[in-house]
Design a protein around this ligand. Structure first.
Ligand code: ADP
Length: 205
């Protein structure tokens, strides 16, 4: 019920671009999905939370995930000792329909852009999250639009960084064990950004 890139091209929700950033690879198009949805409702193996360095809960998607998971999620997060920006840690999912929650700490845009570190830090979140899923034998992973809320990362730049890193991860073979990688957006602006950027990295066959 989560449409793949292959299906989104077939239904014309995604359109080929005249400025591709990578050659087509149809096998990736069956692995990548795009959906506008509440991530706490998705039946996937793992969901990626846009957490903060304390891992002790916050607003936005973090708040929604903690509310839906129940208080035991916070109990487990309290044992983790926080998480650096650009890194990710994994917990159980408790009352959520998924099997695991990956808590990634995206960069605060304006601070890290000044230091020229925003792209590498955001891409590191995607890479570390994908690797955690692989290492734990999780076959599917859904990303929230990390850093694009309170942390102020522009939607288009964030989608570009995410797609580039996911493509690189798959290209390297590290993602061979993954069956489904979902970009799950909440806001229309983020969904639009992905509709523009996905065709650059995941061309139709
Ligand atoms: P950050 O601090 O990393 O910017 P936010 O939680 O403020 O984190 O926003 C991250 C993204 O999560 C935003 O694009 C926001 O629209 C989105 N978001 C908020 N609630 C949900 C939800 N229930 N499901 C999926 N995405 C959500």
């Amino acid at each position: 019920q989560i449409p793949t890139v292959t299906q989104l091209y077939a239904s014309n929700r995604l359109r080929p671009t005249s400025s591709p950033a990578a050659p087509p690879n149809p096998s990736y198009n069956d692995k990548i999905s795009l959906i506008r949805h509440d991530i706490t409702k998705l039946r996937v193996d793992s969901i990626v939370n846009a957490a903060n360095e304390s891992l002790l809960g916050g607003g936005g998607v973090d708040g929604a995930i903690h509310r839906a998971a129940g208080p035991e999620l916070l109990d487990e997060c309290e044992t983790l000792g926080g998480c650096d920006t650009g890194d990710a840690k994994i917990t159980g999912a408790y009352n959520l329909p998924c099997k695991a929650v990956i808590h990634a700490v995206g960069p605060v845009y304006f601070r890290t852009k000044r230091e020229g570190r925003h792209t590498q830090l955001l891409q590191s979140c995607y890479r570390k999250s994908l690797q955690l899923a692989v290492d734990h034998g999780l076959k599917s992973i859904a990303f929230s639009a990390l850093s694009t809320g309170v942390y102020g990362y522009p939607s288009g730049e964030a989608a570009e960084a995410a797609c580039e890193e996911v493509r690189r991860f798959l290209e390297s073979g590290r993602g061979d064990g993954l069956e489904k990688i979902v970009f799950c957006n909440f806001m229309e602006k983020d969904e639009r950004a992905y509709e523009e950027v996905i065709p650059k990295y995941f061309q139709p066959a």
